[in-house]
Design a protein around this ligand. Structure first.
Ligand SMILES: [Mg+2]
Length: 256
């Protein structure tokens, strides 16, 4: 009997299921946290109603990310880094997030936190939530000699000024064409990067955007729901690349 005549060789069950090559990208504020830390900071320490109006303009993409941050800081002249750290201690994260992180780690799936906010409060929040060693791409706050806060934006795109931290570039730099990309987000700074990913988990403003623009996505309200759907994806024999996301990636490559 040759090996080719073995009946088992012709059944799908003998084709080994390779682990999917995946990369996962996760927004921070309002996605991992229950409230938006940036909004909380400025609603507490800034002048109202100006702060509320600026937040609305950011939410509906009426002003760029950097302009938004500069207006917010201008309307909170007494804000100090210490205030940011103290407020961060009050911020809660989705109680199912850690379990999702465990699923990613157990399956050796690389994942990245992408935030248009600031790593100063992000690291504080992860520390008090006892979640450590995550890869985070975010903006930074530093304090100058007279204790005034200065913003640092290390990841602004040279040609597109919509976001302070270009999440799209992090996705392109951290994923290959043969990998499946997953995006999880909730807000205006997620609308661009979500279009470059094969699988999108969306809630709030991102969900409304996806519905309006007919971008296929999974609706979620917490990370227990994300984990359930994500685990089903992992168990699939085949995953599909999203055609529109492939086209969007190719457009950027062509621009060089
Ligand atoms: Mg968000």
């Amino acid at each position: 009997m040759t090996e080719f005549s073995s009946p088992e060789m012709h059944t799908d069950s003998f084709i080994p299921v390779m682990p999917h090559k995946m990369k996962v990208f996760i927004d921070f504020d309002g996605t991992i946290t229950l409230t938006d830390t940036g909004e909380e900071i400025f609603r507490r320490f800034g002048s109202r109603p100006e702060i509320d109006e600026i937040i609305e303009q950011i939410r509906f993409n009426k002003i760029t990310g950097k302009t938004g941050w500069s207006l917010l800081f201008a309307n909170a002249p007494k804000l100090r880094l210490d205030d940011v750290h103290k407020l961060a201690d009050e911020i809660q994260i989705d109680r199912y997030f850690e379990s999702f992180v465990n699923v990613l780690n157990n399956n050796k799936i690389p994942f990245y936190i992408l935030s248009d906010g600031f790593e100063n409060y992000i690291s504080k929040i992860f520390n008090h939530s006892k979640i450590n060693n995550l890869k985070v791409y975010a903006n930074k706050l530093i304090e100058n000699e007279d204790s005034k806060i200065q913003t640092v934006f290390p990841y602004t795109d040279e040609e597109c000024s919509d976001c302070a931290n270009c999440k799209r570039n992090h996705i392109l730099e951290n994923s290959a064409d043969d990998e499946f990309t997953v995006y999880i987000g909730n807000g205006s700074s997620d609308t661009c990067p979500a279009q470059f990913c094969d699988y999108v988990f969306a809630k709030d403003d991102l969900l409304r955007f996806c519905n309006r623009e007919k971008i296929t996505c999974f609706q979620y309200s917490n990370f227990a729901e994300v984990e359930r759907t994500f685990t089903q994806l992992l168990a699939k024999r085949r995953l599909k690349k999203k055609h529109q996301a492939v086209l969007k990636r190719n457009e950027i490559y062509k621009l060089g």
